[in-house]
Design a protein. Structure first.
Ligand code: SDX
Length: 428
């Protein structure tokens, strides 16, 4: 295979070296294209543009493969736990027992919020979307650590990693308690990550709360399945924000906002709303599928399609099994789960979706598990954010340590008016 690519432009040619990744992916290095030719490339949504070289996550969208640092997502979901997978993403290797114990303890001892942060939650209206509180809460957290979040200080990066991993679940749970008018439940250091989150979410001070181990395991699996996904919208946002050398809290806060969008992590909430709409239509999916195909209708079948996967999202396959297990245990059955399975069957046999390689993605079934856990709809993207947090941290750390790092600043093609003179208002 050629080790360079040639772009011919009028009477000149640009020779770009080929870059090849460890899985055989190839890229044309165009980093001096504009300097040598005056031209830039144009790629809306960056569907054909590699922005970084990364060793964290590999996706083979055609074959539905997802690996973190070389380990298959199926193995991690089955054998790992969320703190261990977070360690793998952030430090690059599966930890020894001593390493994961130290990492877990370093997180556990930072789960409490500063007590003077409590009024922060009371300032929001009860109906405030928890993603807004999570994003604002991440920035609010940073104000307590302003002297210890320098991106160029390794000790600051380490303590900021622990603080975010430890405190975001507490912020999320406090946001939920605020919305239902219940007392805030403080973290317990004797509980593991998922169990502690369930405790903060569902315990009340007036009676004991028993953690359901199956629920804790299902939540652990969901967090692992959401942990990282190469250069998705929110991770790219974290990297772009981080490239200005702002602190990790500010970059993660931006990532939370990007994830909130209905085309990204907000889709899990939209899927359940769509399924409820189909239920109201007595299970008739025809109108929804007609609208999804209508170019003039912005409606999309939420939970289907993916920029990278042109096959079944491996995470969706795992989540579907978990949904079946959790729903039968908690709810006996859920008509929306039946509707989801029928919709999937219909879509996967419809030429429109087959031609466009539109399969269920990670968001299609995850919301049904959160629903079985009695979480309110607007908390679904929050669970996605808690899962994605170690991925954002790992990607930000990789970006911060990249010797080639530069501030992100894409070019554009200007299409506005050419030069013209100012017209005084009396002459307009
Ligand atoms: C996540 O990037 C990541 O890795 C994201 C994520 C992660 O872990 O970080 O995996 C998480 O965000 C999953 C995606 C959740 N979003 C949804 O489920 C929303 C519904 N999906 C679509 O909006 C869409 O599929 C996207 C946003 C996911 C992908 O959009 P693309 O890659 O820009 O694709 P596109 O809109 O250009 O669609 C290509 C074609 C179009 O038809 P044609 O113009 O070729 O005729 O497929 C159609 C689209 O109309 N299409 C859909 C569709 N998704 C794409 N038609 C109906 N329903 C859909 N869901």
């Amino acid at each position: 295979m050629s080790d360079h690519a040639r772009i011919e432009l009028d009477d000149q040619a640009y020779e770009g070296r080929m870059i090849e990744g460890s899985e055989g992916e190839r890229a044309v290095d165009i980093s001096s294209l504009r300097n040598e030719t005056g031209a830039v490339t144009y790629d809306p949504g960056y569907a054909n543009t590699g922005s970084v070289q990364s060793s964290i996550t590999y996706i083979d969208g055609d074959n539905g493969i997802l690996r973190h640092r070389g380990y298959a997502i199926e193995d991690l979901a089955k054998h790992s736990d969320f703190v261990e997978t977070s360690y793998l993403l952030i430090y690059g290797e599966l930890p020894t027992q001593a390493q994961v114990t130290n990492f877990r303890e370093s997180i556990t001892k930072h789960t409490l919020l500063r007590e003077d942060m409590r009024p922060f939650f009371d300032a929001f209206p009860p109906e405030a979307h928890p993603m807004a509180i999570l994003s604002a809460g991440t920035l609010a957290l940073s104000t307590f650590y302003q002297n210890h979040y320098d991106p160029s200080n390794p000790d600051d990066v380490e303590i900021s990693t622990y603080r975010l991993m430890a405190k975001l679940p507490t912020v999320a749970a406090f946001a939920y308690k605020r919305s239902i008018g219940q007392p805030y439940i403080y973290p317990r250091n004797d509980l593991k990550f998922a169990a502690n989150f369930l405790h903060m979410m569902f315990a009340v001070p007036s009676e004991p709360y028993e953690i359901d181990p199956d629920l804790a395991r299902a939540l652990t699996e969901l967090l692992i399945l959401h942990a990282d996904h190469e250069q998705n919208c929110s991770t790219s946002a974290v990297r772009l924000i981080g490239s200005s050398q702002v602190n990790l809290f500010a970059a993660v806060s931006g990532g939370i906002n990007a994830l909130w969008g209905p085309l990204h992590g907000g889709a899990n909430q939209q899927v359940v709303e769509m399924l409820a709409g189909i239920q109201e239509a007595e299970g008739d999916t025809k109108e929804f599928i007609r609208r999804a195909k209508d170019k003039d209708d912005p409606f999309r079948l939420m939970g289907f399609g993916h920029r990278v996967y042109k096959n079944y999202d491996p995470r969706a396959r795992i989540i579907k099994d978990t949904a079946d297990r959790v729903i039968s245990k908690l709810a006996g059955n859920d008509p929306l789960f039946e509707i989801a399975q029928e919709l999937e069957e219909t879509v996967l046999s419809d030429d429109y979706f087959i031609e466009r390689k539109l399969y269920p993605n990670v968001d299609f079934y995850s919301g049904l598990i959160y629903r079985a856990m009695n979480l309110p709809l607007n908390m679904y993207p929050v669970l996605f954010a808690l899962g994605r947090l170690p991925g954002w941290i790992a990607q930000w750390r990789e970006m911060s340590q990249d010797p080639d790092r530069r501030i992100g600043r894409p070019r554009q093609i200007y299409t506005g008016p050419t030069a013209r003179n100012y017209v005084p208002i009396e002459n307009r």
